[in-house]
Design a protein around this ligand. Structure first.
Ligand code: OGA
Ligand code: NI
Length: 355
């Protein structure tokens, strides 16, 4: 997403949170009270375990400029699940492996070195935490790094880690590959929704993109903390890469939490709030969260594809047709301001935008 949308939001994102976390990681028996989350224990995964996400084969989608069968599958995945695994996406292994290795390396650096790329006041970009809006709020057991990757002129290269040395190049390359995958998915989605391709390409012009790199340290009292509070993504479409083999992503379906087990090499795709609104609720932005492992760290990289900064987001006329729009229309700037000025709370913001 474009950089200026995140400026001047008045959110208090302070590096001391990261320091507090670093201190408690050094002494893991003491979980500071702000990290203790009774709801984590109270709301566990459904007992029947894992949920089989739909699997979309990207190479089949491309075949004959969109196989009808695979695009129908994609439509159902977006409408019934809001989440799917994307296989054969064509992102070269090397681009993914380089990115993963550099992320792991970056989070291993001493805190002082990471802080050279810390968030500046009133901006989300850089190393730190997001959605911290008050001093007594509960905190997620995680560090993160948010960077704007597109449009190219919105990049704030000074905040891109200069260590490891290959980081910037790896991120540039990864960003470009994912942009192209997301562009194709958005094109098929527009077609499936009966929207003129130009309409989607205008809304997503220049393919704004941002990455959120999540670092979830282990916690011996893992069931008492949360890595990432329940939320929906404020993006159009998110593509998530789990960096190591540790699982932790949960999605809410039918009121229960289910854990997601990524297929080897797959990207986990999900519909964000913007597409739920544009599609008048036909596609669903599903609540999800990340949990913590007691012994192992977990890392992930979420790549968000959003609309252009000056767009107005509301149900599209071709989709609403004679029916009633289910959501208000809101400028993307206002939406982002609302999104980042509160703590993450499931679908609260989306419910408030319903008519
Ligand atoms: C996110 C997200 C989940 C994960 O960054 O928005 O939902 O598994 N991440 O890290
Ligand atoms: Ni998310």
């Amino acid at each position: 997403m474009a950089k200026p949308s995140f400026q001047g939001l008045g959110t208090s994102i302070d590096v001391p949170n990261v320091q507090a976390l670093a201190a408690s990681i050094a002494n893991p028996a003491d979980v500071p009270p702000r990290f203790v989350r009774p709801e984590a224990k109270a709301d566990p995964v459904a007992s029947d375990g894992e949920s089989e996400l739909p699997v979309i084969d990207f190479s089949r989608l491309l075949h004959h400029r969109f196989s009808r069968e695979e695009s129908a599958k994609l439509h159902h995945a977006c409408a019934d699940w809001g989440f799917f695994q994307l296989i054969n996406h064509g992102v070269p292994d090397q681009a993914m492996e380089k990115m993963k290795a550099d992320i792991v390396e970056f989070f291993k650096l001493p805190l002082e070195q990471k802080k050279a790329f810390a968030q500046l006041p009133n901006s989300l970009e850089g190393y730190g935490q997001a959605f911290v809006v008050s001093d007594d709020q509960e905190l997620d057991w995680a560090d993160m790094m948010y960077l704007v990757t597109r449009p190219l002129q919105s990049r704030n290269i000074d905040l891109w880690p200069a260590q490891p040395l290959t980081f910037r190049d790896s991120l540039s390359c990864y960003s470009m590959e994912l942009k192209s995958v997301a562009g194709t998915l958005l094109e098929v989605m527009a077609k499936n929704l009966g929207v003129a391709p130009e309409e989607f390409s205008t809304i997503f012009q220049d393919q704004p993109q941002g990455v959120r790199i999540n670092y979830y340290p282990p916690c011996p009292r893992a069931d008492e903390v949360l890595g990432l509070s329940p939320h929906t993504d404020g993006s159009g479409l998110t593509l998530l890469l789990q960096v190591n083999d540790v699982e932790g992503l949960h999605i809410r379906k039918g009121g229960n939490w289910f854990s997601v087990k990524p297929l080897p090499g797959a990207l986990i795709a999900n519909i964000g709030d913007i597409i739920e609104i544009l599609s008048n609720g036909v596609y669903k932005s599903i609540e999800h969260r990340a949990i913590i492992n007691a012994k192992e760290e977990r890392l992930s990289i979420a790549t968000f594809h959003g609309p252009r900064e000056d767009s107005v987001i509301g149900p599209l006329v071709e989709i609403v047709k004679g029916y009633k729009p289910k959501y208000v229309s809101i400028s993307y700037g206002e939406f982002m301001k609302a999104y980042f000025s509160t703590r993450l709370e499931g679908r609260r913001l989306m419910e408030s935008l319903k008519l």
